[in-house]
Design a protein. Structure first.
Length: 259
């Protein structure tokens, strides 16, 4: 028996928690993959036969599947739990460009941490930035791209900052911003943090907190500020503002009120 719970949904990706309770030692019938998918086990293990051959998939080994790839599965160890990340064809091209995608992913401590950070981000109501940034970081680390030189990306980072300050349509998420700048989202995310010392998501939230302070000082209520700045709801605004300045929007509205 297989169950899947969606943790985060975006037009270009879907993150799911998948639990399987099958218990059979023989190979299943062929199952063609329908999407681009990365699977990272969290507990248990199973056997998989795919384009990389037969592998035992467990918390030390994940895999990447591509559309049309024939897969077979066996579950000699009983149940297992995995994170399944489905990517759109467009995002797959953005992330891998002309590089071949590996069939399997050896899950070292860096990837384990990136995986856990994605799950934490998926629990927040911010798929456009928080989940997207953690997702492209995870795929970027797992796919082991050639190391770049972030100092050559200074103009890229400045263009990203300008777009975030302007608040145009391309600044609505990490993925559209990277496309507008003509680079992969992984390169943008990595270069941004390397040059500025903070993740792009936190920088974008810092800008939004500044705008929230302006609106609160002008007398706007927290609900109106949340709607104006694109927060999922007032609670999302409150968490973000408190994380940056240590006060809730209601407290700030009182503190910033003219005497």
């Amino acid at each position: 028996m297989r169950t899947a719970v969606i943790l985060a949904r975006h037009p270009d990706f879907r993150v799911q928690a998948v639990s399987c309770r099958d218990d059979h030692t023989g190979w299943s019938a062929p199952e063609p993959s329908r999407t681009y998918e990365m699977v990272l086990p969290r507990r248990g293990g199973f056997r998989r036969l795919g384009r990389g051959g037969a592998e035992f998939v467990d918390p030390t080994l994940g895999y990447l599947a591509v559309p049309g790839e024939e897969q077979r599965f066996a579950h000699p160890a009983g149940g297992d739990e995995c994170t399944s990340v489905h990517l759109s064809a467009r995002l797959w091209r953005d992330l891998f460009a002309q590089r071949p995608a590996p069939a399997v992913v050896h899950l070292d401590a860096r990837i384990d941490l990136a995986h856990r950070l994605l799950l934490a981000a998926a629990a927040r109501p911010d798929p456009d930035f928080a989940a997207a940034e953690r997702l492209v970081r995870l795929v970027g680390v797992a796919a082991a791209p050639a190391p770049g030189a972030p100092d050559r990306d200074r103009r890229l980072v400045e263009a990203a900052r300008a777009a975030l300050h302007d608040g145009g349509p391309e600044a609505g998420g990490l993925l559209p911003l990277a496309r507008a700048l003509g680079v992969s989202p992984y390169r943008l995310s990595r270069s941004f943090q390397a040059l500025l010392g903070v993740p792009l998501t936190r920088y974008r939230n810092r800008l939004r907190v500044g705008r929230a302070l302006d609106l609160l000082a002008a007398g706007a209520g927290p609900a109106a500020v949340a709607a104006e700045l694109g927060f999922a709801d007032q609670a999302h605004l409150t968490r973000t503002v408190r994380a940056h300045v240590g006060h809730t929007p209601g407290e700030l509205r009182r503190l910033l009120r003219p005497a």
